[in-house]
Design a protein around this ligand. Structure first.
Ligand SMILES: [Zn+2]
Length: 299
């Protein structure tokens, strides 16, 4: 069978290993039937994007997002743990105006943290979450970016924990640029395959085991997208998804290094261990520096 081509640049891709989804699999707290499909991780030979093959269709994912229970998302996440302060500081430093849009804004927690000095808008498919965001004075303009009226333009657009959910990152960035004023900024926060932890575990990495995560970028992919859409990379840093406690960092690292060691030894030929290693994701590694935070500026 012919390998699929890259969703960003349509170049050839190579198979880099199996994806291991948990069983049962959940998306936004809602069970999803993956029909027993065996997913593979592919990597583009041109822009270095990694992506699942097959991509789980949006028709299967959207009902899960739409019916996600309100309590699936923290109402008041700890802003420091979730790096809201870091994202707000970047927006303040780089934006040339105050009109800001958060795509997939959930219950509006991050824009709530930004405060009323910003003119705040959101796009959110989850009805319960959108209602809470509106109670927080965030104007919900549409369920999805593609539903947004072209007349809406912004000085800053955020996509936090969103880029990894896209089927067509290229079309998404084109839409972002269309909704940005000239000189406007796009702030993205997503996983990066440049991370040593991601490289260590490859296609089996915890971040790829979430069914709703479909595409996985690295710095090279972001630079490729920026160039293609006439934007400049104003800021780039690799960081962890959460500011983890000092005890969690060694705990996660030790558990995952042990997993890798046992996996490399093929479970010491102990059949139940081999079965478990092959069919379950490794331990979570939420404290790893496996995310990137970047700012693109529309030229
Ligand atoms: Zn590509």
């Amino acid at each position: 069978m012919k390998n699929p081509t890259c969703p960003i640049c349509a170049q050839s891709a190579i198979d880099i290993g199996p994806i291991v989804h948990p069983c049962p699999a959940l998306v936004a707290g809602v069970p999803i039937d993956l029909d027993g499909i065996r997913f593979r991780m592919m990597q583009c030979t041109s822009c270095a994007l990694q992506f699942k093959d097959p991509l789980i269709p949006m028709e299967k994912l959207l009902p899960c997002y739409n019916s996600s229970p309100e309590n699936n998302w923290e109402h008041q996440p700890n802003p420091i743990k979730r790096r809201f302060d870091q994202i707000a500081a970047l927006a303040k430093q780089h934006a040339r105006g105050t009109r800001i849009l958060d795509i997939g804004c959930s219950n509006g927690a991050i824009l709530d943290y930004f405060g009323s000095s910003w003119d705040r808008y959101g796009v959110e498919p989850g009805q319960d979450a959108a209602r809470v965001a509106q109670q927080r004075d965030i104007s919900i303009l549409a369920p999805l970016l593609e539903d947004l009226d072209p007349s809406h333009t912004f000085d800053a657009i955020l996509a936090i924990d969103l880029l990894e959910h896209l089927h067509d990152p290229n079309a998404f960035i084109a839409r972002i640029m269309a909704h940005l004023n000239t000189g406007g900024i796009f702030i993205g926060f997503t996983g990066t395959t440049d991370a040593p932890s991601f490289r260590l575990q490859g296609s089996r990495y915890w971040y790829a085991s979430l069914p709703e995560h479909l595409v996985f970028y690295c710095k090279e992919t972001i630079e490729h997208l920026a160039k293609k859409h006439n934007a400049t990379v104003e800021h780039y840093e690799r960081t962890s998804h959460i500011r983890a406690s000092l005890t969690r960092i060694p705990r996660d690292t030790i558990r995952n290094l042990i997993w890798k060691g046992v996996y490399a030894c093929k479970g010491f030929a102990i059949a139940p261990w081999r079965h478990k290693l092959n069919n379950n994701p490794p331990p979570g590694w939420l404290s790893a520096n496996d995310h990137m935070l970047f700012v693109l500026r529309k030229q």
